[in-house]
Design a protein around this ligand. Structure first.
Ligand code: HEM
Length: 148
């Protein structure tokens, strides 16, 4: 087993937690919260998942960047959209930025004043972050075939 393989296993465990957690929230908790108009269901989940979720995202960034460098896709070549592999890494980084924007908006604007009337805005944020996570996973799966 190579070091790259071990790093990849950590990347996959972190992806499982990040994407799995958001799918659980979107498929199980969010519909109940919307149906019952109970924002507290979302807030309780966020509270429990927050530390684990942020840690797993940090692991994804560290391991992902490490593996990209291992494949010769370094900071200098990011966002040049030159080769199939580099293209996927750059799109992943842009999607990561989008995730940060959604997370900052959620923490600053949506979560502090979440109530029955604006719960749909939070639902939009949750579904967007989930869809982005799934897209990152699908993009990642193309890398072993050389990217897109
Ligand atoms: C939500 C965030 C992310 C998710 C869900 C995710 C998911 C995945 C998945 C499922 C794979 C497939 C591994 C395989 O086919 O065996 C993968 C591979 C990979 N990811 Fe990510 N990833 C994320 C973020 C990142 C970031 C931020 C980077 C780089 C900056 C990155 C770089 C890579 C690289 C280089 C590989 C190829 C590893 C290899 O095949 O050896 N990922 N990712």
């Amino acid at each position: 087993m190579t070091l790259h393989h071990i790093v990849l296993i950590f990347h996959l465990i972190a992806a499982t937690i990040w994407v799995g957690g958001h799918l659980l929230l979107s498929i199980c908790y969010l519909p109940t919260a919307l149906k019952k108009k109970e924002p507290q269901i979302i807030l309780n989940f966020e509270k429990k998942f927050e530390n684990l979720g942020i840690s797993s995202l940090a692991v994804l960034i560290l391991t992902g960047t490490w593996m990209a460098y291992d494949f010769g896709v370094t900071f200098k070549t990011w966002f040049s959209f030159s080769g199939g592999f580099e293209k996927v890494v750059s799109i992943k980084l842009l999607l990561l930025l989008l995730t940060f924007i959604f997370a900052i908006c959620a923490q600053l604007y949506f979560i502090p004043k979440l109530n029955q009337n604006n719960i749909k805005n939070m639902a939009f944020v949750i579904l967007s972050v989930t869809a982005i996570g799934v897209a990152m996973l699908v993009l990642g799966s193309t890398l072993r075939y050389g990217g897109i």
